[in-house]
Each structure stands twice: as structure tokens, then as C-alpha cells.
Design a binder for this molecule. Structure first.
Ligand code: ADP
Ligand code: MG
Length: 414
């Protein structure tokens, strides 16, 4: 039995508010970090989506907050997107008692945000761009901030926010507690930790390589000229889809071509501006567009829950890329389908990647029914193997009659 929140040192008013939401026992990451954070230690946490990171930082932040002057918050939470800002604000307010939680992000009017800062907030939840904007207007001053949270730091890095985040952190108090949470802790995130955290308590759970075994993996043989039509059919059948192309130019072209076939799309790649990328991600996350067309470079920035499918419009160059791309779907315990459109002359080449991935699946003719029928998905899922040895024999066994429409054959067996 894990300890209770009270045993971790969480103040009574928070314990009671959480209990009203039936939150009584801390999750792993909360157990690992709450007591240390309440003690004032820096925390560097890596944990998968849904593991409870918001309370892991939210509890200490709220517990230690209070009494801030107008325009001068003492707690600051930096987040990549307005959706996340809203979500965190709501969650903090649910147990904050008298502590005032303010929120600031772009794309909406300044009025309410200015008014709340004028009245004073104890904790400000903000997206970097709008916060910098509000500072330049003199609406907020970060010099009293002695407790900072960087949530989804990897996403902020992917979205190009690191320089702004650094400028903002440089304006906070030097005696400061810094909590950082991220799905990955490499690259830019590692340098943030190095430069802005002091001897942080580290807590890392889960594997950094996305686990794609929850998804169904399909490889379809498709002539180059048929790819757009097949891709459109797949999106139609699957729902919200991320489509991967090799080049920026390819992304734009595929987005246009799918658009002509009646599918609402947005493109995201290195050739687009920060605001274009943010808008594309927003439109996809909110369901305004059904398909997001992306390059590999942009892929790391896509953390949209509930993506139904990934289409490798251009096949992945290697198995690592395949895993990273495919990891956009089947997240947080949900299923998903991953389709590779394989040109006939690449079928052989791809076999070695399929082997490396440990898949007992091979390239088959297009059969959109494979996507549409979820009952069969579960059968396919079982053909996924982790062990390379098993996959070898499996492939040999199954390779004979895989050339035809495997999905239909299987359906007729049941
Ligand atoms: P993360 O930021 O790690 O993706 P969240 O903080 O959004 O995860 O938490 C995921 C869900 O789990 C939320 O709905 C949250 O209210 C719930 N939750 C968090 N901690 C607990 C807990 N200790 N007991 C029960 N539910 C929890
Ligand atoms: Mg979170």
C-alpha cells in the first residue's frame, strides 16, 4: 500500500480537496517527488503521459504558494500549449483553496489576463510567448518568482521555445526552486536541467523508446501513383491520422492533394514558421483538421492524444524512425493503426526493417477493411512479436500465402 498524501507531508486542505475527487493515494511519480519538492528540492522528472505529473508539481506549488503582490506572482508554470495551460489551471484550482491561480496564453484577448495580474495571482500558468509579451507591457514582473515548473519541457523544445524559456528563467529570483517534467530528458532539455536546476532529485520511469506494440501494423504494396488515393481511403477509414512524408515539399504537396479529395489537412515541417506550426498542431488537436502531414523533424513535437492512425506515406528510412513516427498513435493505453505505403520495388528492402522490428508481418495488397474492422485488429496485434527469433520462424511460416488479400481471407475464416 502506498503512503497517503498526508504521510508525504501534503497540507490538510489539499488532502481534503483531493479526496473529494477520490484522489487518495499518490501515483509513483507523486510518491517519488512530492515530499522532496515540499522540502524545496529541485526535481527533474521523466514519466509517460497519464502518470500524474500535474499533481506531482501542482501539490508542492499550491502548498507553498500565497500572499503574492499585484503583478508579481511567486509561482510560475511554463507550458507549451494553451490547452495544457487551461487543463493545469483547472486542476490546480480544484484544490488551491484561497490561493489565486492566473493563466496567460496567446490567441485570446488581453483584458481578463491583465485584470487578474492587476489583482494579483500567487501562481501563474503561462505559455512562453504571451508571458514575454505581458512582461514587455509591464503587466507582470518575474523577479518575485521563486518556484518554477517547466511542464512538457520536451514539447517546449520541439516547438522552438527554449530561447524564450531561458530569457524568462533569467528574470526569476536567483534563489529559486525549479521543477522540470518531460517525456524525454535529452538534448535541449538536458541543457535546461544543467543550466537551471541545482542538484535535482531525478525520477525516471518508463522507456524513452515509444512502445508501439499496442498498435496494429500494416504494410501495403501501393504503386507510387496510387499513394494519394490509398492514403485518403486509409484516413477515411481510420479517423484522425498523422501522415509522414520524407520532405517538406512532399508534405505540402500531399496536404494539397488530400485536400482535393475532401480531407481537411494541416502540414507541419521545418519550413513553416513557429506560429504556423502551433496553429497546425492546435487545429489537429481540436479536430478542426483530420490529418496532420509531417516530416520526421516535426514528428517529435506531436503529442496529441487520441490519434487513430499513422500513415508512412514515404516509408521510414530505418527502424528507429519507424518507431518514432508510429509512436504518435496508440498512446496512453489506447489502440491505433499504423500503415506503411510501400512501393513495389521497395518491398524487399523493407523486409529487413520488418525483421529488425521483430514483426511477423509482411507486405500485402491494399485492403482497407483491415483498418475498418477493429475485431480483426486484435488478431493482427498478436502477430507482433518482440523476439527476433520468433519473428524469423513466423515469417517463414506465413510468407507463402501472404501475397493476396490477407485481410479478407482471415475474415472469411471467422
Ligand atoms: P500527466 O501530466 O503525467 O500526463 P496528469 O497529471 O494529467 O498526467 O494525470 C492524469 C490523470 O490522472 C488526471 O485525470 C488526474 O486527475 C489523475 N490522477 C493524477 N494523480 C492521481 C492519483 N494519485 N489518484 C487518482 N487519480 C490521479
Ligand atoms: Mg501533464
Amino acid at each position: 500500500m502506498p503512503p497517503t498524501f498526508a504521510q508525504l507531508g501534503v497540507p490538510d486542505f489539499i488532502v481534503r480537496a483531493l479526496a473529494q475527487r477520490s484522489i487518495t493515494r499518490p501515483f509513483d511519480i507523486q510518491m517519488a517527488t512530492v515530499a522532496d519538492a515540499l522540502d524545496g528540492r529541485d526535481v527533474c522528472g521523466r514519466a509517460p503521459t497519464g502518470s500524474g505529473k500535474t499533481l506531482a508539481f501542482g501539490i508542492p506549488l499550491v502548498a507553498l504558494a500565497g500572499g503574492s503582490q499585484p503583478h508579481r506572482p511567486q509561482g510560475l508554470v511554463l507550458v507549451p500549449t494553451r490547452e495544457l495551460a487551461d487543463q493545469i489551471t483547472k486542476e490546480l484550482r480544484s484544490f488551491a483553496g484561497k490561493r489565486r491561480i492566473g493563466v496567460a496564453y496567446g490567441g485570446v484577448g488581453y483584458g481578463p489576463q491583465l485584470a487578474s495580474l492587476r489583482r494579483g495571482v500567487d501562481i501563474l500558468v503561462a505559455c512562453p510567448g504571451r508571458l514575454e509579451d505581458l512582461i514587455s507591457q509591464g503587466a507582470v514582473d518575474l523577479s518575485a518568482v521563486d518556484r518554477v515548473v517547466l511542464d512538457e519541457a520536451d514539447r517546449m523544445a520541439d516547438m522552438g521555445f527554449i530561447p524564450v524559456v531561458r530569457r524568462l528563467l533569467d528574470q526569476t529570483a536567483t534563489q529559486r526552486q525549479t521543477l522540470l517534467f518531460s517525456a524525454t530528458l535529452d538534448g535541449d532539455v538536458a541543457s535546461l536541467t544543467r543550466d537551471y536546476q541545482r542538484d535535482p532529485v531525478r525520477h525516471e520511469v518508463g522507456d524513452e523508446t515509444p512502445d508501439v506494440t499496442a498498435a496494429d501494423h500494416i504494410f501495403w504494396k501501393v504503386a507510387r501513383t496510387d499513394r494519394v488515393d490509398v492514403c485518403a481511403e486509409a484516413i477515411d477509414a481510420a479517423g484522425t491520422t498523422v501522415v509522414f512524408c520524407r520532405t517538406r515539399h512532399g508534405c505540402d504537396r500531399v496536404a494539397r492533394q488530400l485536400g482535393r479529395r475532401g480531407i481537411a489537412t494541416a502540414a507541419i515541417h521545418g519550413g513553416r514558421s513557429q506560429s504556423q506550426r502551433t496553429r497546425a498542431l492546435d487545429d489537429f488537436a481540436t479536430g478542426k483538421v483530420q490529418a496532420l502531414i509531417a516530416t520526421d523533424v516535426a514528428a517529435r513535437g506531436i503529442h496529441v492524444p487520441g490519434v487513430d492512425a499513422v500513415v508512412h506515406y514515404d516509408v521510414a528510412v530505418d527502424h528507429k524512425t519507424y518507431l518514432h513516427r508510429s509512436g504518435r498513435t496508440a498512446r496512453a493505453g489506447k489502440g491505433g493503426v499504423v500503415v506503411s505505403l510501400v512501393e513495389p520495388e521497395k518491398v524487399k528492402e523493407l523486409a529487413s526493417m520488418q525483421r529488425e522490428l521483430g514483426f511477423r508481418t509482411s507486405t500485402t495488397e491494399v485492403d482497407v477493411a483491415e483498418i475498418r474492422q477493429p475485431s480483426r485488429s486484435r488478431t493482427r496485434r498478436r502477430t507482433l512479436e518482440h523476439s527476433a527469433a520468433k519473428s524469423q520462424s513466423g515469417r517463414r511460416r506465413g510468407s507463402k500465402n501472404r501475397s493476396g488479400s490477407r485481410g479478407r481471407q482471415r475474415a472469411s475464416h471467422r
